[in-house]
Write a protein that binds this ligand. Structure first.
Ligand code: TRP
Length: 453
């Protein structure tokens, strides 16, 4: 064991790494964000672009990011510095870690507010609030929540507190066990909901919306949103996956296969969430597919309010969403905590509390952007919209681009081979080519085209 692993820990086995990384990947991105941005961006064509981004950009970069972590064996900032030195190249690569920490602070600040909605919806479901609710009434309940600053702040605070407690205890301990219960349960409950949508929703229209390809609806900005979401949903581009990679045990496991499993699980859960939500949306004329961030919270209560056992299922569903969000949230803050601890700037407890307070405070901006600040916009975006856009669509793809360039063009080949095995044969041959020539070029094209419209 080296210093970092003594300081921050090691996963018990490869299996725990898979669980933890899946816990990081599967979260609000899959269940809340994917359906609502798909709705806003017209459906089918957007989904197809998103799937292509996962396969051609997300998976290759995720392999690179895990590998960087396992090779560096330190927090992202220090791993990048170390590997840059090992490869005799510029210290500037350390900025990948800095950019990632900043992105993490901004992402968690709004992520926690949305997870707070799920917490509040747990209690609303349990109290029978949704019994036989109509589309209109469900919309009104959600608008009421957005106007209620006190509730929003309370649940945001509760969620941040839970996140900080786990991170203080150390991410490695216990996390794997929790995830191995949460993920299967979440999948089962999503399948129950899918049953409802097939039986009671407008399933054919929902399916068509998700999978019928209509390129005329696609603009460059939607392509950028799809690309950004591929990063967001796989937790890529900011060092979360790098930090988790650094806790991987020494036993040699195939990073490539592991990453493909995680990406497939993540995609499966997002697609099922879409297949649950859109049939309900199309069966209720008062809900628009492009309703925005409230889509999940307006549509699902209708299902829970009208199905047998809906009170219990609703409670369980939102509890699982909150837990999935929790296992993601810890991975957003962990890289920076690990860096503070490893650099002996603060103890784990102080680092977590200091960073947590900062994030909580920035989160108040997101809370206000749904009510008092709703009319303050920049380029037509509220504070929340701007944070989301800046992080998911700009900072994460930029971080990913830098990682792809570093591994593809600057990193010592011997080091890559030591981590991955021979890279001139099998799947890794294609991986390296895609990482060098395809991913960066696609990223650059999408950036430039969405800038010039
Ligand atoms: N992937 C998570 C989700 O889909 C969110 C997340 C966790 C994340 N860690 C991250 C996003 C790191 C970007 C970067 O909900």
């Amino acid at each position: 064991m080296n210093i970092q692993q003594k300081v921050n820990g090691v996963w018990g086995s490869r299996w725990v790494f898979i669980l933890a990384a899946t816990g990081s990947a599967v979260g609000l991105g899959n269940i809340w964000k994917f359906p609502y941005i798909t709705g806003e961006n017209g459906g089918g064509a957007f989904v197809l672009v998103y799937l292509a981004c996962i396969a051609l950009i997300g998976v290759p970069i995720m392999i690179a990011e895990v590998m960087l972590g396992r090779r560096g064996r330190m927090s992202p900032i220090n791993s990048m510095l170390l590997l840059a030195r090992e490869s005799n190249t510029s210290r500037w690569w350390g900025s990948v870690g800095w950019l990632g920490s900043l992105a993490g602070i901004l992402i968690l600040s709004f992520y926690s507010v949305i997870a707070g909605w799920a917490l509040q919806y747990m209690s609303l479901s349990a109290s029978g609030e949704f019994y036989q609710i109509s589309g209109e009434a469900s919309g009104a309940t959600f608008s009421g929540l957005l106007a209620d600053v006190e509730s929003l702040v309370t649940w945001h605070t509760v969620f941040m507190a839970l996140t900080l407690l786990i991170v203080m205890a150390g991410v490695v301990k216990g996390l794997g066990k929790a995830i191995s219960v949460i993920m299967p349960l979440l999948l089962v409950l999503l399948l129950v909901m899918l049953g409802y949508s097939i039986a009671e929703g407008n399933f054919a229209e929902g399916w068509n919306f998700l999978f019928a390809f209509d390129a005329s609806k696609l603009e460059w900005n939607s392509v950028l949103v799809a690309l950004g979401h591929a990063f967001f949903t796989l937790s890529l581009g900011m060092g979360a996956i790098m930090a988790y990679g650094s806790y991987m045990p020494e036993e040699k496991v195939s990073i490539g296969n592991t990453v493909i499993i995680i990406a497939m699980l993540d995609t499966l859960i997002a697609l099922i969430a879409g297949l649950v939500i859109f049939p309900i949306v199309f069966a209720n004329p008062s809900i628009e597919p492009g309703a925005g961030p409230g889509l999940l919270f307006v549509s699902l209560p209708i299902a829970f309010g009208n199905m047998a056992g809906g009170q219990l299922f609703g409670f369980m569903f939102f509890a699982l969403v909150a837990l999935a969000a929790l296992s993601s949230a810890i991975s957003i803050i962990e890289p920076t905590v690990a860096w503070l601890v490893e650099s002996r700037i603060a103890s784990r407890i102080k680092a977590t509390l200091g960073l947590g307070f900062t994030i909580w405070f920035v989160g108040l901006g997101t809370v206000l952007s749904f009510n008092h600040w709703a009319d303050y916009t920049l380029f037509d975006k509220t504070f929340f919209d701007s944070l989301d856009y800046l992080t998911a669509n700009i900072m994460l793809p930029l971080g990913g681009l830098l990682m792809a360039l570093f591994v593809g063009w600057f990193m010592n080949t011997k080091a890559i081979v030591e981590e991955l095995g021979p890279i001139d044969q099998g799947g890794y041959k294609y991986w390296l080519r895609i990482l060098r020539y395809v991913s960066p070029v696609l990223l650059a094209i999408v950036f430039v085209m969405s800038l010039i419209g």
